[in-house]
Design a protein around this ligand. Sequence first.
Ligand SMILES: [Zn+2]
Length: 246
Amino acid sequence: MAYRTLQAVVLARSEWRENDRILTLVGPETGRVDVLCRGCRKPNSPLMGSAELFTLGEYVLFSGKGREIVHACTVIESFYPLRLDYDRLAYASFVAGTALRAFQPEEPNPHLFILLVRSLKRLAYGYVPPDAAVCAFLLHLSAITGFKPRLNHCVRCGREMLGEGGYLPAEEGGVCCASCGKDMQKRLWISSRELDFLRIVLARGIEKAGDPPDHVPLLVMKEYVQSKIEAKLPDLPEEEKRDPRF
Ligand SMILES: [Zn+2]
């Protein structure tokens, strides 16, 4: 089949020759696909908008010599407000870079695709603070990839943990109470309020989770996902200043 149509988001792009770009698209049924977008850097090119980062579109591809080429595209959503706010743009870039590592070439992953689109929408239009939205993204990503952390009982002693903080060591797949984890690194500590936030987000989703705590365990979740999917994730905005525990 020479042509195929797919719904996809642009997660990476690089300049190619004088007026072209190579785009990395991810789609629910196709996983990750690299395509050539010809002429998209020319002024007035009809493909200009479809070759921008984060664009969600209906892409028509045809198979050229050894690679697929964008024939046409209908842009569904450009997430334009991301381009107006540096902070939200930086978080969206982290989401894109992380999703890029989780999608596999030509491997369907409809749940991850839905999570990606919803997370970009939240960052572009949502009232949820961007760090909380990205923390929720990482938590759901861990569940989708088969590594949902156990958050209610200590992974070592099995005791129910309510109203208390705990450690989240990735290799043990869930929280560990203060006494079982007393030798663990302090940077893996999650406060009681943060742990409640993660539980509610996992059960009901971030929109129904109420106001997030002032601090969300973003770095702990990043380290958890990084270890589980065995890929180094991009830096978070101002990562080095983010948390005094690190
Ligand atoms: Zn314990």
